[in-house]
Structures are given as C-alpha cells and as structure tokens.
Write a protein that binds this ligand. Structure first.
Ligand SMILES: C[S@@+](CC[C@H](N)C(=O)[O-])C[C@H]1O[C@@H](n2cnc3c(N)ncnc32)[C@H](O)[C@@H]1O
Length: 255
C-alpha cells in the first residue's frame, strides 16, 4: 500500500488541519523513519510511541494511518495549547471513519463557499466541483486507510514542556518503546552562546537525556531534524542515520 501512497493526503493544511503557528512536517519523512526504526526493532510487539513536539500531529497521524497495527499506544504533547488541539483533531480524523467523513463534508462546504460554487451553478458553467478538492482527498484517504482490517491505536495528546519530563512520565506512565519526534529548529536564526556555539542543538540533546527515563528497556529514539545541522546526543548512540528529502533522521539507542 505504502509504495503507492499519496503523501499529500496527510499533509497539514489539506485533509489534516494546520495550526497557523506550527511549522509543516512531512508525512513522507515520518513514514520512512518509522519504517526504518521498525525494521531495526529487536521484537515485533506493537510499540508505545511518544512525540514530545507533536505540533500538528502529522507524525502521529501518519503512524496511525499507515502503521496502526504496529502501535499499541500513541502519545503526543506540545507546549502550545493550540497545537495540542490541532494534533488531537487530526488524530481523530485518521482514527475514526465518522470523523473523516465529517471532515470531508466540512471541506466540501468550505470549498463550495470559497470558490463561488453557487454562482457557477446558476450560470450553468462547468464549475470548480469538477476539480479535485480537499474533500475528494479526504474520501480517498478514507478508502485507503479505513479498510475492514483497520484498528486504530488508542491515543492521548496533552500539553507539556518537553524540558519537564516528569509531566510526560505522569501522562504516559513511561514504558515508551519509541520517542518519535521532529524538534523545532530555525535555520535562519540560531541560538548561540558567547562563543558563537549553537546551543539550540545542545538543548535538543538535553531534552532527549531528560526524556530517557520514559523509555522501555529496549526503547529507541527517532529524531528528525534539519539536514546539515549538526546534532550531538550525550546519552545516546546513533544506530542509523538517513537523509530523507530536506531532513536528517537519526535512530538512537541509550548508552
Ligand atoms: C517542528 S514542530 C513539530 C511538528 C510535528 N512533527 C508535526 O507532526 O506536525 C515543533 C513543535 O515544537 C513545539 N515546542 C517548542 N518548544 C517546545 C517545548 N519546550 N516543549 C514542547 N513543545 C515545544 C512547538 O510548539 C511546535 O509545535
């Protein structure tokens, strides 16, 4: 299924909602990195997965849509309440056929209103309804993912600062098999110390070290970051590294 999958169906700002403040994330990158992490797993038990920078929930929604049978539970958090709400709604869209149908109807209405559909109909012109719309994409997504075999993983999205791992521990109970995340980074404007050293990368390393107690004994971390930006991982070894589009993906094992 995945080889032919049209990743536009899971891009934020289409079928999935997009919070205006939250950067886009690529469902293709999420799918590729999840598959790589899964390929290297020691056992094939379904995973408890946690994204501490959930944003629009594209990473989580991609895993739910394309890998739900490999996941026991999906957790996500974000410091932004608006992002948490968006991630929750997006997960609902991919998890629940009724929610996806409702989203298709809503996109239909929005499209007709936005494009002056009514005026087109009155004049008898071939209106914009003949073009592919986000509503059509929602229905296409439903046909692909909501098959008879589809069993959505349960999920929980909450507001938390990733620097405070105790909040995530309280919400998830730990035992996370995969921390799967795309931390924020600005290429144009880096946070540096007095010597010009990039300390934003160190912050990512500190956050991951703080989250380490959440991991199960064989737990792994998958970080997707801007390509070409060096990262250091104080308490983790890099198991594998990949370039996917404009992203670098790292699979990490605790030392
Ligand atoms: C690059 S976006 C993540 C996009 C996400 N991968 C997706 O699928 O949509 C980074 C997110 O990190 C969040 N963030 C920034 N600082 C944070 C912090 N200290 N703790 C938790 N989330 C934070 C931002 O609100 C933003 O939503």
């Amino acid at each position: 299924m995945r080889r032919q999958f049209d990743y536009n169906l899971l891009s934020p700002g289409g079928v999935l909602r997009k919070n205006p403040e939250t950067p886009n994330f690529s469902p293709y990158v999420a799918d590729q990195m999840f598959s790589k992490a899964r390929h290297r797993a020691k056992a094939d038990n379904p995973w408890r997965l946690y994204d501490p920078f959930a944003g629009n929930g594209v990473g989580l929604s991609t895993v739910q849509a394309l890998h739900s049978h490999e996941v026991a539970y999906l957790y996500g958090s974000d410091i932004s309440g608006a992002a948490v709400e968006t991630a929750r709604r997006n997960l609902e869209i991919v998890s629940n056929p009724a929610a996806l149908n409702a989203r298709a109807r809503q996109l239909d209405t929005q499209y007709r209103l936005d494009s002056g559909y009514r005026r087109e109909r009155r004049s008898g012109a071939r209106g914009p309804e003949t073009k592919a719309t986000h509503a059509d994409m929602a229905r296409a997504l439903g046909r692909i993912i909501h098959t008879a075999e589809f069993e959505p993983a349960p999920y929980h999205v909450f507001q938390a600062n990733a620097f405070h791992a105790e909040h995530a521990m309280a919400q998830t109970g730990g035992g996370i098999d995969l921390i799967f995340t795309d931390p924020p980074y600005s290429h144009e404007s880096r946070l540096v110390d007095g010597k010009g050293r990039d300390i934003q990368c160190e912050a990512v390393s500190d956050i991951l070290s703080g989250l380490r107690p959440l991991l199960s004994p064989d737990g792994r971390v998958c970080v997707m970051f801007e390509l070409g930006v060096p990262l250091c991982f104080k308490d983790f070894d890099v198991v594998c590294q990949a370039e996917i589009g404009k992203r670098a993906g790292y699979l990490l094992a605790p030392r």
